[in-house]
Each structure stands twice: as structure tokens, then as C-alpha cells.
Design a protein around this ligand. Sequence first.
Ligand SMILES: NC(=O)c1ccc[n+]([C@@H]2O[C@H](COP(=O)([O-])OP(=O)(O)OC[C@H]3O[C@@H](n4cnc5c(N)ncnc54)[C@H](O)[C@@H]3O)[C@@H](O)[C@H]2O)c1
Length: 415
Amino acid sequence: MAKLKIGVFGAGRGMTMIHQLLGNPYADVAAICDKHRPTLDRAGKAAEDAGVKVELYERFDDFFNADMDAVVMANYAHEHAKFGIKLLNSGRHIMSEVLTCASLAEAVELIETVERTGLTYAYAENYCFFNTTYEMKQRYQRGDIGEFMYGEGEYIHDCSSIWPQITYGERDHWRNRSNATFYCTHSFGPLVYSTGLKPIKVQAVEGVQQEFMRKLGDRSGSFGVELITMENGGVVKSIHGGLKREPGSVNYEMYGTKGSMETDRWEGGNLHVYIEGDRNCVGEHTKYRPEFTIKDAQGAGHGGGDFFTTHYFIRSLLGDEDAKKNSIDVYMAVDMCIPGILGFRSILNGGNAVEIPNLRLKTERDKYRNDTFCAFEESAGDMFVDAMTMQPDKSETPDEVYAEVRRRWLAGEPG
Ligand SMILES: NC(=O)c1ccc[n+]([C@@H]2O[C@H](COP(=O)([O-])OP(=O)(O)OC[C@H]3O[C@@H](n4cnc5c(N)ncnc54)[C@H](O)[C@@H]3O)[C@@H](O)[C@H]2O)c1
């Protein structure tokens, strides 16, 4: 059987997927696109070193015409739906990096495009595939802790030292403009993936922007917190953003009617489980390091998670039913993402609850079909709301700030 021809759009984070694909027995990297030539050349060199011939493109429109069966989308986080819809309409399967979409209107269009084309959409939320979070899913689905009552997801990552390397001094870079609750799927996603529950309501707050990020050109709250009610009445607290803690904190807790599970705050890779017996408040606590379900994941980035997203995507395209079951489809991807968009609406309403639609239901779609509300002006049109709207200091960031960040990026200096 001929190997699948895979395109990679965006060769920064996209390098991770390129490395996962080089040497894959079922798929070849066929084309890579990045408008930044040095990044593109670095990716081309990695392929060449592995003996794989790839076409390199700086422009998306040229890449679009390349011979590809599927595309890995590692371009800007707020443009995945926009470009993904074009690719699906041209007959290509897609795997999307985080985030899913910029607005509710895009969520509706993305879902309808996947339904109409019948092609594969996979969401690369790699935090669902740690040895710990994947184990939480298995145990929850087995019923070990009973019915979900409360959970927490935490993604604390102070990016200030790498800000020049990830925003390049571009005022309009999505990282400088995202509302504080936008990047919510690393914290919230694993709770959705484990429980399979749909979110129905969100209340959110954001942290006050701090000087150390303002000086780097960021224009949003320092962190976002979403309180999300799930369809069974359970509640999730999702927090993410740049707080001071090294190494960063990636943690999950789940409480059910028969017990609880949580990751280890300082010793990553461990899972704590409490299971209650027949008597209230009497049970057993165990702590262990879950094994990877596939040994090849050992050593892959993000606690092995980077292996599984690409692996399940490729295996799904080959018709592997187990891979399809493990992969995150477009409905779940939207469930993980839209609480962050609607969370911003809640922040603007002083933290009041905002309903989260179930966009699997065609009857719920019309209300959101034209809802372009978001903090990205080019996607939002007249529904644009600046991410700084609720911040105490909304003063403009001078051009010199971005010039200095750019200088540091080019000089390889930290933020
Ligand atoms: N899952 C994870 O652990 C993880 C980690 C890092 C980044 N990400 C995600 O990966 C994506 C990429 O992030 P990044 O860190 O590489 O930074 P980024 O968003 O700045 O990089 C995007 C890359 O795509 C290129 N690009 C964007 N639009 C383009 C266009 N229209 N034409 C040609 N090239 C274009 C840029 O030049 C850049 O190299 C983002 O969506 C981010 O959220 C995920």
C-alpha cells in the first residue's frame, strides 16, 4: 500500500510532528509550509537528513496545491478553523494543533464542513495523552471513582523568558492578543476527554495584567479561570496562564461519587488514586506511575503526548477503529475550546454564567452561525472585543516595546 502523503503547515511547533512522521511506516512528510524561510529550511533539512524528499512552500496558496492526502495544522492558534475548512473542502483530512477555532461561528462552520465532507478531523490536544491523564480516562470509564462530581485542570506556564522566541516582536501575534481564557484546552481538555461529558455553562475571571508581560508586548490578562458546569451537574475549574512557578504546573484532579484521582504536583508522571469501599470515608490510597499504553511513546515530547496525537491520526486514516476511538473528534475539540471563547463573554458580563451550546445538535447551530465574537479583529469583524477591555490599565503599548522584543529574538536573547 502506498504511504499517506502528509503536509505540515507551520514548521515551529510543526517540527514535533515532522519528527514523529519521519520514519513512520505508513506516512511520509510530502510538503511543508512556513512563511519564515529559516524555519522552513530547518524543517527541510531535517527531512533531507532522514532521506525524505519534501516540497517546501512559503505561501499557503502554493502549499494548498501540493500533492497531499492530509495536513497537520501547526499554524497560528486562532487560524486553524479558517485554513482547516479550506483544506477539508479540498478533500484533505486534517489534524489541528490547539486551539480549535477563534469564534462560535467558526465552530459551527468547522463541524458542518467535517460532516459534509466525511473527512477525518483530529484535535492534537496532547495533554490528554500523558501516562497520567490517559490512565485517568481509562479508570473513569471503568467506573473506578463513580460519577464525576468535581475536577480541576491546571496549565501554568510562565512564557516570559521565551516571549521573544514565540512572538518575534510582532504586535499582532496571536499570543499578544488572545483573551486570557482563550488557551483553555490544555487545562480543560483532559477533563472532557476522561469523562466524555459535555460542558453546558461557563463563569470566568481573568488575572490583572502584570508589568513583566506588558514589557514584552503582551496585551491580555495574566491568567484565565473558567468554572465550567458539565451536563451531569459536575463542575470543573480550569486555570491557565503565566504565574510564577518553575517548572510550570500541569495538574489534574477528578472527584467522583466513589473516589478520586489526581496527578502529582511536583513529581510529574505519578498518579494518586483514592477508592472508597462500602463504608463512607473509608477507602484506600495508592500512588503509582502508569505505564504508557504504547511503548514507542517513551521519550516523546510533552510527557509522551506528542507521540499519541500523530500516531492516532495516521492510524485513523488507515481505518484503525481503536485509533479512531482514542482520537479527539471535531465535536469534542469544540467542547474543549468554546468555554474559553464564551468565558471571555462571561468576564465582560462581570463573571455571570454563559450558556455553552451543544453544537452536535443542528437546532443549536443557527443561534451561533453568525456569532463571530472574539478578541481577534480580523475574525470578529464588528463583534470584535479587545482582550484588554476589562484590564485596569488599557494604555497602548509603544512600538519600541515590539522593536526591543524583536531585537532580542534576532539576537537569541531571553525575555
Ligand atoms: N500542543 C502543544 O503542546 C503546543 C505547543 C506549542 C505550540 N502549540 C500550538 O502550535 C501552533 C504553532 O505554534 P508555534 O509555537 O509554532 O508558534 P506560532 O504560532 O508563532 O507559529 C506558527 C508558525 O506557522 C507559520 N505560519 C503561520 N501562518 C502562516 C501562513 N499563513 N503562511 C505560512 N506560514 C504561516 C509561522 O511563520 C510560524 O512559524 C499554535 O497553534 C500553538 O497553539 C501547541
